[in-house]
Design a protein. Structure first.
Length: 196
């Protein structure tokens, strides 16, 4: 039977990626933006991706009565002690564009040669009755000297994929999905949904 599933995110790029990553399963996917009366945005101030993802997924599932997936993700730069990390969207200020965030991050790494980093994602699947599962993924890379590529979103133009050399914004979306933190987490989610 087709399962109706809410994608509990306000980020349209995440919605597009998650839709592609769940393609082929017997799901009817709806996103928060599709809801006639969307619930308020859940807070995201927990210290871990998993806690934030669980909180978001549960809040949307309880408010809508729909099983919900939510993603919490971030970029961890070793030379910055793992920052911006779980605060990736707000680290450089609330209403800062991706371009400006990337510029500011490159500024912090000016002259730094140790540029290793990783993208991390936790996807939570919550049921309205309170059951929750989490699925995680990460991809290693390094921070570029300057932005490259037009695909993807967020920090993609400054993240060089390890053993590839291209940035996440230089690879086509299906290739990003095959290797990305979100793609790896979604592969585990797919397996769980297929078993459900
Ligand atoms: P929701 O909470 O509504 O899902 P958000 O954009 O606020 O949307 P997060 O709190 O998880 O999501 O913030 C994650 C940030 O980390 C995101 O806004 C990007 O800046 C960055 N990020 C996460 N995944 C990324 C990816 O695949 N490519 C580039 N940047 C990414």
């Amino acid at each position: 039977m087709t399962l109706k599933l809410l994608i509990g995110t306000r980020n349209p790029s995440k919605v597009a990626e998650l839709r592609a990553l769940l393609r082929g399963l017997d799901l009817e996917l709806e996103s928060v933006a599709d809801l006639a009366d969307p619930p308020p945005d859940p807070p995201e101030d927990a210290p871990s991706y998993a806690e934030n993802a669980v909180f978001k997924a549960l809040a949307y599932a309880r408010a809508t009565g729909l099983p919900t997936i939510a993603d919490d993700s971030g970029l961890e730069v070793d030379a910055l002690g793992g920052a911006p990390g779980v605060r990736s969207r707000r680290y450089f200020g609330e209403d800062v564009s991706s371009e400006d965030r990337n510029r500011m991050l490159l500024g912090l790494l000016d002259g730094v040669t140790e540029r290793t980093a990783r993208f991390v994602a936790v996807v939570a699947l919550a049921r309205p009755d309170g059951r929750v599962e989490t699925f995680d993924g990460e991809v290693r890379g390094e921070i570029a000297e300057s932005p490259r590529g037009d695909d993807g979103f967020g920090y993609d133009p400054i993240f060089i994929i390890a053993e590839d050399g291209r940035t996440m914004a230089e690879v086509p979306r299906d290739q990003k999905n095959a290797i990305s933190h979100r793609g790896l987490a979604a592969a585990k989610l797919r397996a769980a949904l297929a078993d459900a």
